[in-house]
Design a protein around this ligand. Sequence first.
Ligand code: PPE
Length: 302
Amino acid sequence: MKAEKIWMDGKMTDWDKAQVHVCTHALHYGSGVFEGIRAYETESGTAVFRLKEHIDRLFNSAKIFKMDIPYSKEKFRQAVKDTIKANKLKSGYIRPLIYRGFKELGVNPFNCPINCAIAVWEWGAYLGEEALAKGIRTKISSYARSYINSTSQKAKICGNYINSIFAKMEAIEAGVDEAILLDTRGFVAEGSGENLFWIRNGVIYTTPTATVLEGITRDSIIKIAKDMGYQLQEKYICRDELYISDEVFFSGTAAEVTPIREIDNYQIGEGKRGPVTENIQKKFFDIAKGKEDKYLSWLEYI
Ligand code: PPE
């Protein structure tokens, strides 16, 4: 992972010089908020997928975490595009980060400055190229998604990801690719970095967003699926409903549309990418790559 330049507090900085002090507040306490955005190569050049929605969510995360971003949304949006240009990135991942910097330590964050950075780099398939075509193996995590009153799931707060990291480490050590976390009531919540969809008898389901991140890919898939004529419902379910679903898949900026072929050693459906998942995945990539006129408003060209 490396590119040329990182935008740091308004300046294009060399990748190797984009450093922070070891007493940075966010390094000790996870006191930052971030975004994950993708840019795709299209016939008319590089386009950022749903940049407006990602910038809106970044500002909402900052609002929830009581951080005033010292730039307007418009300036920040331009900075994302400038960073892509400065790195001549054709397609890849964009990581804006707003963090409490260095002034003093102690849990109270209010005296620490608010620093901003935008990094971009080439990032292929999150769970491996094969995952998109064949599906991945998962397990229900022994770690519950953070309790609703412990932190905020609407905000993409850096420290929230400790919960995801525990679940991910456990999954990898168990020999599978990814974890599915339940909420503290025991209902299915989401992956370590993905929302979840499942299909039974032709109907597509996903979880309500109260206890999970309001995924922008999730929102895109809901719109795409409805446009394609599928019935789609939000529903709280227990883990056993996943075991007997016809198809299950993850959605996320990094994960895109990743089929799940196994959960807790149960084969899901035929044990491979199912037909509904394949249709939606194909449509998603066509849209992201600018091949669907109807959805061009989701793309922001560089
Ligand atoms: N849930 C969680 C917990 C999550 O982190 C993500 C994104 C999603 C759902 C899907 O949201 P969206 O990207 O808006 O569709 N996870 C980001 C970080 C992954 C990482 O490993 O870092 C991402 O996909 O960019």
